[in-house]
Design a protein around this ligand. Structure first.
Ligand code: ADP
Ligand code: MG
Length: 702
């Protein structure tokens, strides 16, 4: 019976009718009673306060009034046609005006009856009026029912034109909620409800739409968000269980000679505890026979590369080949050079494959890959071309994950002949662990949360364009000390031409202030040929130039330890994670480093918060949290296609605490009852089955 009620077509709801029903289906995807109940408000207005009409002043925002209506009349013709009424209380009177929906509203207005009115007053001809106020007879209003919070719903223009504006949707919700008692089946097991002291489903649904008070509203939202996130986690975790049961990983049986030789004789520093912990986590996966699919998060400079190297040596020790893929040629080359240097006294065959490797060399690499003499291949996207065939690829490291799509990763997996190679995805864009595990469904997550010792924290400051002279003075001093300087300009697609001009202007003014031959300046931007970029980059790396003027092409990975100053121009135009990435280009040597954020004087609230956050902290996780709050998870690179973001009521960015709770609870449930066979978990099984049938496409999870 309950199910039947929820499945009732929306046409049958009081206040809907065929025209509105058609629109609700088309515009909002609301077909049934259940769909409408699942259409939650996006905010609530506090209506606990009623103003005196006489006390209205010009800067009032939306306010609530109570009074009697007089002078209700329709004036004007055609476009000038309007409905006008006067609302009066003991302190004064105000005019109410409607230009649209007159047909709907006029018949509902009765003279000498008390109404509650809500809207924003504006001054016109020396009097106040409110256009298109919300209006309700006092006896029907929330105030009369002592409900202080009114739900506000998103709607569309077409719906509004048919009387289903935010208020109209609220009204039909009210009609529905009035009849749902005993029709909403519980969807969580009782033992979880009791344990976490949750509202029962029915109570939660009622209070989300028509909260009795704020406390109940909060409990209702908590219950509904928890449920949504809990089922999300339950699904993800079950998928993972199934995966581990069906996909077998290569077994690396032991840490061997190459790993030990390198670790004991050639590792140039002591590993940090975080690095050791992560290597151990990876080793456990390697030995387990399970397939590893792991995300390694670590701030810029935290030393992810050496973790990659040491674990690649384990693969080699077990007779497998390894490869490491980077998003740009510059970065791939740097990895290659870095690894070559570290491995100089080791008997490990290493090659670099990028788009610009010549045909002869390419053939040689292909051959060495296929006959198994090549141990490690470093490269760019060139690695995933079909021509590249390994003899026995066992381990794939992907650097700066967010630049690669899921599809590209899976092409790499297919290159393992004996089975799927283990995968380590490294990213310097940290996000909270629970969120990462959710967004990247099947990935386990490791974190390096500690920088190598002896690093001086980068000193970050925010300066306005007006203090440019002082900035130049500072740059000069640093160069005198033998340091190098980055100057970065934004390059954003939509305004590419303008940005390009900014870059050129900037370059010229720098060149005037720092003339040749005393100073040498490099410039790198996206419109240059790859070879020219590379040449300029190399001049800077070798220390032949002191200043690097660039667009964000230098964002990822580039390592010049002698560079101690990062100036970011128009910093307000960068997102937080990008600013943090850029800052990570300095502070790689022993010297004190500086990051200077240059902005115009006018900053948006968001922009200001971004600058303040950068100045306040060097911690990538903290920055990621703020970033997430500002932008929401939909804007985090690489997550758009994950399909997890069309959540109905929860918000992965804002509800992280609930997310963590939900995950822990799901873990507990599956630990006890992996296949949900226990009687007490019956509701979980039913609900999961129902979810599989519904339209949401879960398979998009990577
Ligand atoms: P990222 O995590 O940003 O890729 P890298 O792997 O490039 O960081 O490491 C940054 C620098 O720190 C490199 O020069 C590397 O040699 C050095 N490094 C890494 N681990 C340690 C350590 N445990 N102690 C000292 N220096 C380290
Ligand atoms: Mg790196």
């Amino acid at each position: 019976m309950s199910i039947q009620f929820l499945n009732t077509e929306i046409d049958y709801l009081k206040g809907v009718g065929p025209t509105r029903a058609e629109l609700l289906k088309k515009e909002l995807g609301i077909f049934t009673f259940e769909d409408l109940l699942n259409y939650y408000p996006f905010r609530y207005i506090d209506k606990s306060k009623v103003y005196e009409i006489g006390s209205i002043n010009s800067d009032a925002l939306n306010i609530q009034l109570k009074g009697k209506l007089t002078n209700i009349q329709t004036l004007g013709e055609r476009k000038g046609k309007r409905l006008v009424a006067t609302l009066a209380d003991n302190s004064g009177s105000i005019e109410l005006v409607w230009f649209r929906g007159i047909k709907w509203i006029a018949p509902t207005l009765k003279p000498n009856t008390e109404y509650i009115v809500f809207g924003k007053p504006t001054r016109f001809n020396n009097r106040y009026n409110i256009t298109h106020p919300d209006i309700e007879p006092v006896n029907q209003s929330l105030v009369a029912n002592q409900i202080n919070l009114e739900a506000v719903y998103f709607t569309s223009e077409k719906l509004s034109a048919k009387g289903l504006n935010a208020k109209g949707i609220f009204k039909i919700q009210k009609n529905l909620v009035a009849q749902i008692r005993n029709h909403i089946p519980e969807t969580l097991p009782n033992y979880i409800i009791d344990k976490l002291n949750l509202l029962v489903k029915e109570e939660a649904v009622i209070n989300a739409h028509m909260p009795k008070d704020d406390a109940l509203l909060q409990k209702a939202l908590f219950r509904l968000k928890f449920e949504e996130l809990f089922y999300l986690q339950l699904r993800l975790l079950r998928q993972k269980v199934v995966k581990t049961q069906t996909i077998k990983g290569q077994v690396f049986e032991s840490v061997g000679e190459k790993f030990n030789t390198f670790y004991n004789n050639y590792l140039p520093f002591e590993l940090t505890n975080a690095q050791k912990r992560v290597i151990k986590e990876i080793r456990i996966d390697f030995f387990s026979g399970n397939h590893m699919n792991r995300l390694l998060q670590g701030d810029v400079g935290s030393g992810k590369t050496v973790v990659a190297l040491l674990t690649m040596l384990i693969a080699i020790d077990n007779g497998f080949q390894a490869c490491m893929m980077a998003p740009t040629e510059i970065l791939a080359t740097q990895h290659y050079e870095g690894l070559k240097e570290l491995l100089v006294d080791m008997n490990v065959e290493l090659e670099l494959l990028t788009g610009s490797v010549k045909a002869a060399k390419r053939r040689e690499i292909h051959e060495k890959l296929e006959n198994g003499t090549l141990n490690i291949l470093v490269g760019t996207h060139a690695l995933i071309e079909d021509k590249v065939q390994f003899q026995n690829l066992g381990y794939v490291v992907v650097d700066e994950q967010h630049r690669f799509g899921v599809a590209q990763r899976s092409r790499l997996w297919k290159k393992g002949k004996q089975g799927i190679p283990h995968v380590l995805v490294m990213t310097a864009t940290p996000i909270p662990r629970t969120l990462a595990m959710t967004l990247y469904g099947d990935l386990d997550v490791s974190v390096i949360d500690e920088l190598p010792p002896g690093r001086k924290a980068i000193s970050t400051s925010h300066r306005f364009d007006s203090s440019r002279l002082r900035l130049f003075g500072f740059i000069e001093e640093e160069i005198k000390k033998g340091r190098q300087v980055y100057l970065v300009y934004p390059l954003i697609k939509e305004s590419e031409k303008l940005d390009y001009k900014d870059l050129m202007d900037g370059f010229e003014s720098i060149e005037r202030r720092f003339p040749k031959p005393q100073y040498q300046i490099s410039m790198v931007h996206g419109q240059m040929k790859a070879a020219d970029k590379e040449f300029e980059m190399q001049r800077f790396v070798k220390g032949e130039t002191q200043i690097m003027v660039a667009t964000t092409v230098i964002e990822v990975g580039v390592n010049v330890p002698n560079a101690s100053v990062m100036v970011i121009e128009s910093a307000e135009r960068f997102g937080l994670s990008q600013l943090h990435q850029l800052r990570g280009r300095v502070g790689r040597g022993a010297e004190q480093s500086y990051c200077i954020l240059m902005t115009g004087n006018k900053l948006s609230a968001d922009g200001k918060l971004r600058m303040e956050t950068m100045v306040k902290t060097n911690d990538g996780f903290e920055i990621a949290e703020v970033d997430l709050r500002l932008r929401g998870p939909g804007d985090i690179q690489g997550t758009q296609q994950s399909g997890l973001l069309d959540l109905n009521i929860a918000d992965l960015a804002k509800d992280q605490q609930i997310l963590t709770m939900a995950r822990n609870e799901a873990v507990e449930v599956l630990k006890e009852d992996a296949n949900l066979e226990l009687e007490k978990n019956n509701r979980l099984l039913i609900q999961l089955k129902k979810m599989i049938k519904t339209k949401r496409n879960w398979s998009r999870i990577s």
